[in-house]
Design a protein around this ligand. Sequence first.
Ligand code: BTN
Length: 328
Amino acid sequence: MVTNASILQAFLDAGPEVHLSGESLAEKLGVSRVAVHARIKKLEQSGIHFQATPRKGYQLVDEPEKLHQDLLSAYISQDKVNLESVEVLPSTDSTNLEVERRLANNAPTPFAVLAHQQTQGRGRLGRAWQSSHAGNLYMSVGFRPETSTTAIAPFSLWAGVHIANVLRTLLDIPLQVKWPNDLHVEGKKVAGILCEAKLELDRVQTLVFGFGLNVNQDAASFPEGLRTPANSLKTILGKPAPIHSVTTSVLKAVLRAYEDCQLPEAGMALKNAFGLVDALNNKAVEVQSGTQTMSGVANGIDENGNLLVVTEETTVAVSAGDVTLKPL
Ligand code: BTN
């Protein structure tokens, strides 16, 4: 039987700009041309656009600006992303909560849940995460590390660094990581990470990696009065961002971060990799950590992922907190 995913897979395998005739698709998939045409029509109705050119065949054009389950599955299988499952939901309270529920129900790990919208999107430090635009990325990945908190602690920093690097390469934009977990482009936030873990003694039983990225929302439509100025990939690029390859690259980066953070010598490697994408380096900052506020100049991270802040008296290693940039 021909499926949406197998048709899309055939187009991705053929490469960009390539035309595939109904006949060649039918032959490749071992079905009739009628079955191929019917499937292409169904895909068209679900938001995927094909251009049909006489004597050449179909071409996959204009990827939808919001995630399409079958197209994402095709990208993921083409890129051999090692996930047990990937599901795009029309709506959920929070993908982090949904992943937590699936982990509690013994879902095989690692797996990813994405949503077109969240009704209770959560940010760091108990803040809300605006999640009503289907063109953005709201995703979470579930893991069962069964390892110590110390071993897994640098995971989210690694993920930020790897995501910044893959998206820099894919989109040619100067993404940076603002310690600990924000992705910035030229001082404006485009993404945030929220990692949540369930512990038993010192073992991390379950880990949820949550990631929100402003992809195809026009920055002009962001709510007013955001704490940090925000931007989106679409506004930065001046055209819609390819959300399916962006998502696939992000998922691969997250899985790589999960492995890298557990390697020997990971601390030194993280310190160096972070230095190349550090949005705060040499900037005057104010750090709010618990009830304490401190001012100084950011000077990278140490091997444990702590932010180093040079104050008038000394250098302080900050393990958690909220950092704001201060005008010099
Ligand atoms: C932050 O910068 O405060 C972190 C934001 C994390 C938002 C993502 S969106 C997908 C996942 N589900 C949530 O409820 N939050 C994270």
